[in-house]
Design a protein around this ligand. Structure first.
Ligand code: ARG
Length: 461
């Protein structure tokens, strides 16, 4: 077989069925440019160790540059019988520099240490893209929060009315998980920047090559301490898949709120036409498909993670071909996020809120009952009793089909002697919200501080 990287000990080439099974160029060709960069660095390491002359190094690196140009313009592509990106590139390099020189490059390295390095490089680059997209989303969330400094909506637990909260507080609650996702990507990048190159197949190289030369030229950090670990471990890839899944989950939880808020029954939010879809049969329909796709894709992102973890579980060290299965799931996670995030951010940036409807619903469902109880505590009533009294007031109102602020002063007193007219001060949603001045609370002063802090955190990344 013309381009194979192995074959000496084989009497025949691979059967067509094996070749079809084994082949990975359909998904690993995206690593071609990283492979070539690794090769250029490796050539330098070979030259420093005396395996290439200065002229050979120059010719090799120029040949690799030419190869990179051909890959970029599409004139160098994998052939039908190339097994993987590494085999294809060696064949294509030999087309350029000849076999006498091109045949020297593979000394002292293995596809096992190469592939472990290349996937890291690919994911590090895409991390920068995803980081930019997450920052755009954070900007959109921060802007929506800033646009509605006073709007109040019914805060929920168990999807039931719980306590009124500022809309800005609710929106910012979706921003902080994204800030943590950015922290995760930043932390991950440090671990991902260690370099497996130089580990060879599993045992390291006998040629006296300096792995730092390759790591430095690739912009990576320290070479890994253990060549078996470097070629066999994929925890860094799994961790990346986890971060993608977590991002998906964070988008999905916001999506679910948008989908619910967008129903006729809630009517809290309206989506821009450019970020909504219609129905092929129902002319009136306007659907929140972006939010639904985000919710759906989060399942796919979780699947990419769990599939990879299942592949890794129970695999002995060092390299096993199972590890070829690491790439498609994480590449998919990358491309799903990169297609989802711009649409998602567009939807968030352009949605508009019906703040009057939110405010009208916020006091309903006895959502100020906690305020009554806490007001009673401030009057000196112990909390157990205050909770009981407020609960009785809820029952009194529920039986009569009225809200908490509607009883007369006399009626309040029939529920409890402690319910003097002063309680009316906390029976407004503004009074309730602005009383929650504790750290991280929904009072306007705290939320203003929070949004300022959020802007600082966004500027950090
Ligand atoms: N294509 C392989 C992978 O993605 C790398 C090549 C290693 N192959 C081998 N037979 N050792 O993991």
């Amino acid at each position: 077989e013309a381009g194979a990287l192995w074959g000496g000990r084989f009497a025949s080439g691979p059967s067509p069925a094996l070749a079809a099974l084994s082949k990975s160029t359909q998904f690993d060709w995206v690593l071609a440019d990283y492979d070539i960069r690794g090769s250029k660095a490796h050539a330098t390491a070979l030259a420093e160790a005396g395996y290439l002359t200065a002229d050979e190094l120059r010719e090799m690196r120029a040949g690799l540059d030419e190869l990179a140009a051909r890959v970029a313009d599409g004139s160098a592509v994998p052939a039908e019988d190339d097994e993987d990106v590494h085999s294809a590139l060696e064949r294509l390099l030999i087309d350029i520099v000849g076999v006498q020189l091109g045949g020297k490059l593979r000394a002292g390295r293995s596809r096992n240490d190469q592939i472990a390095t290349l996937v890291r490089l690919y994911l590090l680059d895409h991390t920068a893209i995803i980081r930019g997209m997450l920052l755009d989303l954070l900007d959109a969330l921060a802007e929506q929060a800033g646009k509605h400094p006073e709007a109040i909506l019914p805060g929920r637990t168990h999807l039931q009315h719980a306590q009124p909260v500022l809309l800005a507080h609710q929106i910012a609650a979706h921003a902080w998980p994204i800030v943590r996702d950015l922290e995760r990507l930043r932390d991950w990048s440090v671990r991902a920047s260690a370099s497996p190159y130089g580990g060879g197949a599993l045992a390291g190289s006998s040629l006296g090559l300096d792995p730092r030369v390759v790591a430095d030229e690739l912009g990576l950090g320290e070479p890994l301490e253990n060549s078996i670990d470097g070629t066999a471990a994929r925890d860094v890839i799994a961790e990346f898949a986890y971060i993608c899944a977590q991002i998906g989950i964070d988008l999905s939880r916001l999506s679910e709120e948008i989908i619910i808020w967008n129903t006729k029954e809630f009517g809290f939010v309206r989506l821009h036409d450019g970020y909504s879809t219609g129905s092929s049969i129902m002319p009136q329909k306007k659907n929140p498909d972006i939010a639904e796709l985000a919710r759906g894709k989060s399942g796919r992102l979780i699947g990419n993670l769990t599939g990879l973890l299942a592949t890794l579980k129970g695999m002995p060290l060092a390299y096993n071909r199972d590890l070829q299965e690491d790439k498609e799931p994480v590449f998919d996670s990358v491309s799903q996020l990169e297609v989802l995030l711009p649409a998602f951010t567009g939807m968030v940036a352009t949605m508009s809120f019906d703040t009057e409807r939110m405010a009208a619903l916020a006091p309903q469902g006895f959502s100020l009952a906690t305020d009554v109880a806490e007001w009673l505590v401030k009057q000196g009533v112990i909390f157990r009793d205050a909770h009981e009294i407020s609960g009785e007031l809820v029952r009194y109102c529920e039986e009569r089909g009225i809200e908490l602020h509607e009883p007369s002063d006399e009626e309040f007193l029939t529920v409890s002697e402690h319910l003097t007219p002063g309680v009316r001060d906390v029976l407004t949603i503004e009074g309730s919200v602005n009383s929650r001045t504790g750290a991280g609370g929904t009072a306007r002063v705290r939320v203003d501080e929070q949004l300022a802090r959020l802007a600082e955190r966004i500027a950090e990344f």
